[in-house]
Design a protein around this ligand. Structure first.
Ligand SMILES: [Zn+2]
Length: 381
């Protein structure tokens, strides 16, 4: 018994599809109406969300209600799975944010569906300017396995991804210990040498966090840590495709070097993302300015302070600036990140019915979301 059908064009093939849904799962896939104009894809999967629509996971006021409100704001942008991302902070603050997410998963079924685990970005990153990005220097510290165990104890093992810089002396040991527990380890915010990059992959690191950002503005032309990460096929790279973090030429060439199959688009959105242009105070970067084109920067230094646009805008930006096809952009925002969160993000019988219908629309940041379904339930329910 199939309780409902949804149709739309497949961004990869351009063909019209009709998907049958029952009990929260995709049950059938066949041809849809020939005159279908909307696109239909798996719900978007964002491995890096610090906040959105005014809700801030890294503020000291974070609680379960913030996580619930954030999940709803993101769902309206087509994101059906996301990793709440907690940046470099005191251990007390990291634990507080972890507990807020854990509580939201217990009390809110939408959060339980949308959040498989948490991404802790830091605090074992580079303290150097440029590489550190907008992370607070005073809380940068070396890898500490007992601290990781305390995060897990406080949150019911909710940390599933950690971004670390491999320049630390004990980085390889830390990475292999986490990888052995099934934690996804990413390389990021680093000034590591190419040798240290490859040693991190030897130890079990599988991702590069926002490759090309969170790195010194002055690098030797070669060798350097960007080439090393592009060349190492054990590493899948995430990229911020908001049009500000990476110039279109750079992103295009990085995608060709990495291959679409080893590339992922993320938003790296922070609390002011999705808000009206203006100045805001945030936990990441302090006083920041959000421009109408989505560029978000720190008022004092002009450095980027996270991203001001949702993942849907990044998909449209990449496809619209001819960096890649729409089909490839969708794959990099669904199936590819889905491999790191329990194989979500695919259209096949038996998969979760997390689906989004959309059209491309310049007035809506590049993409207009028509409807979103999460585990077979149309949202808002
Ligand atoms: Zn970052």
């Amino acid at each position: 018994m199939i309780s409902r059908y949804i149709s739309g064009r497949d961004p990869a093939s351009g063909r019209s599809l009709r998907i049958g849904v029952e009990d929260g799962e995709i049950r059938s896939l066949d041809s849809g109406p020939a005159d279908e104009s909307a696109w239909l894809s798996p719900g978007f999967i964002d491995l890096q969300v610090n906040g959105y629509g005014g809700w801030d996971l890294n503020a000291d006021t974070v609680d379960a209600d913030v996580v619930s409100a954030l999940a709803r704001k993101l769902l309206a942008t087509g994101v059906t799975t996301f990793l709440p991302t907690i940046i470099t902070a005191s251990e007390e603050q990291i634990v507080k944010a972890l507990r807020a997410v854990a509580r939201a998963r217990q009390t809110d079924s939408l959060v339980a569906h949308a959040v498989p685990f948490v991404h802790v970005e830091g605090p074992h990153i580079s303290a150097e300017d440029g590489a550190r990005g907008a992370h607070p220097r005073e809380h940068v510290r070396p890898p500490d396995l007992p601290e990781f165990e305390r995060w897990q104890a406080a949150s019911g093992n909710l940390v599933g991804m950690v971004t670390v810089s491999p320049h630390w002396e004990n980085a390889a040991e830390y990475i292999s210990a986490l990888a052995a527990k099934g934690i996804v380890v990413a390389i990021g915010h680093t000034h590591a040498t190419p040798a240290q990059i490859h040693q991190a992959a030897d130890a079990g690191a599988r991702l590069s966090t926002h490759l090309g950002n969170g790195v010194s503005g002055q690098l030797p032309r070669h060798p350097n840590l960007i080439w090393a990460q592009l060349a190492d096929d054990r590493l899948t790279a995430t990229f911020i495709a908001d049009g500000h973090h990476l110039p279109a030429d750079t992103l295009k060439v990085m995608l060709r070097a990495k291959g679409v199959e080893r590339s992922i688009l993320i938003s790296d959105a922070v609390a002011p993302a999705g808000m009206a242009p203006g100045t805001y105070h945030t936990s990441i970067g302090g006083r920041v300015e959000l421009r109408a084109d989505g560029r978000l920067s720190m008022m004092d230094t002009g450095f980027l302070a996270g991203a001001g646009r949702p993942l849907k805008d990044g998909i449209a930006q990449a496809a619209g600036s001819h960096v890649c096809t729409l089909g490839d952009a969708i794959r990099m925002a669904t199936e590819n990140p889905g491999r790191f969160v329990g194989n979500r993000g695919v259209l096949r019988p038996g998969a979760r019915a997390d689906l989004v219908r959309f059209t491309l629309d310049a007035e809506e940041g590049g993409m207009r979301i028509l409807s979103v379904m999460i585990e077979g339930v149309e949202w808002p329910a």
